[in-house]
Ligand binder design. Structure first.
Ligand code: SAM
Length: 132
């Protein structure tokens, strides 16, 4: 299904309908599992990636935004892979395979955001480095 969706926007009717989306989706690569993604990043970057899991649920090992933002800012060329789930979120096994778990974005009670909303907030907090 994912390959069909990508083909629609990259080479199919969607490419003519929305060339900007074509450009973005042409960057998407499919992989069978997390190990395959980490191997591919190592091939491209010349060093293994550190993985950061995200989830709406609290995790006992979760690290604050400030700490993860500082890791990302360190000039040691380590690539970081930030993982986002779909539907019910990432499985516990997948989360525990990651090097770090990021604290959730807290809401006023219900905090289960759409993945695009969570990704936008998380990238802004981590890359601006202005969280306290
Ligand atoms: N019940 C799922 C959970 O606990 O993660 C929510 C799944 S949500 C539809 C899809 C993805 O968006 C999640 O796997 C996570 O990557 C991200 N996400 C959603 N809400 C979030 C939050 N409050 N904090 C951090 N990430 C969140």
């Amino acid at each position: 299904l994912a390959n069909r969706l990508i083909a629609h926007w990259v080479t199919g009717w969607g490419a003519r309908y929305n060339p900007t989306r074509q450009e973005a989706l042409a960057l998407v690569k499919m992989a069978d599992d997390l190990e395959a993604v980490v191997r591919e990043i190592e091939r491209e970057e010349g060093r293994p990636a550190k993985t950061v899991a995200t989830a709406a649920r609290r995790h006992p090992l979760a690290r604050p935004f400030k700490e993860v933002a500082e890791l990302l800012r360190k000039k040691n060329d380590t690539p970081y892979l930030i993982l986002f789930g779909t539907g019910w979120g990432m499985t516990r096994e997948l989360i525990e395979q990651c090097n770090y778990v990021l604290e959730p974005i807290e809401g006023n009670g219900y905090n289960h955001l759409s993945v695009r909303t969570a990704a936008a907030i998380i990238l802004d907090r981590l890359l601006r480095g202005e969280v306290s």
